[in-house]
Design a protein around this ligand. Structure first.
Ligand code: AMP
Length: 189
């Protein structure tokens, strides 16, 4: 199995690259943001509970995410591996993922962090909000999402560095050139 985590702040291009990598290596792409947005669209119980939290840019409580993770992974018993995108975002989620991996007798091969300068990040987030009409990406919410990332998610860098699986890849360039760098990292490390 090949299990990868795509790591980085909002707007760094994780979603685009995670989808491409998953397709290319025949892995299951798990975007928790997409899953939660779908729950909201379908007005499920979970969707109704998380709607306001997502709109504010805060994190959805860990217990909901851990349930989403377990449900999603159990839907793909024969998967060649998973590309986690937007998960984990807290230490508790990272530990839950480790436990799930252990239970399945597999592990996270690499945590790939896309690196983009902060001013470029903001520019991308504002553009995405305009282009995709993402209601979770207003100027105020964008700022909050970046603060939430610094506070809750960035500390995971040390967690994965200690495991020796954290790898940084430049996230600036064309989609194709970034993808090529990612493939090199995935195949050569
Ligand atoms: P994303 O599309 O990954 O940026 O996620 C959009 C929003 O969904 C985030 O701002 C959070 O409110 C929520 N969300 C997605 N993934 C997680 C997660 N792993 N933990 C907590 N909240 C999450």
């Amino acid at each position: 199995m090949l299990n990868l985590i795509f790591f980085g702040p909002p707007g760094v291009g994780k979603g685009t690259q995670a989808a491409r990598v998953a397709k290319y290596y025949d892995l299951v792409h798990v975007s928790t943001g997409d899953i939660l947005r779908e729950e909201i669209k379908l007005e499920t119980e979970l969707g109704l509970k998380v709607k306001d939290i997502i709109a504010s840019g805060e994190l959805v409580p860990d217990e909901f995410l851990i349930e989403v993770l377990e449900n999603t992974c159990s839907k793909h018993p024969g998967a060649k591996g998973f590309v986690f995108d937007g998960f984990p975002r807290t230490l508790r989620q990272a530990e839950a993922l480790d436990e799930l991996m252990k239970r399945q007798d597999c592990k996270i091969a690499k945590v790939i962090s896309l690196e983009v300068p902060e001013d470029e990040l903001l520019r991308r987030l504002v553009n995405r909000a305009i282009e995709q009409g993402r209601t979770d990406d207003t100027a105020e919410v964008i700022k909050n999402r970046l603060i939430v990332y610094q506070k809750h998610t960035k500390p995971l860098i040390d967690y994965y560095k200690r495991k020796n699986i954290f790898i940084e890849v430049p996230g600036v360039g064309t989609i194709g050139s970034i993808f090529a760098s990612l493939c090199k990292v995935i195949e050569n490390h």
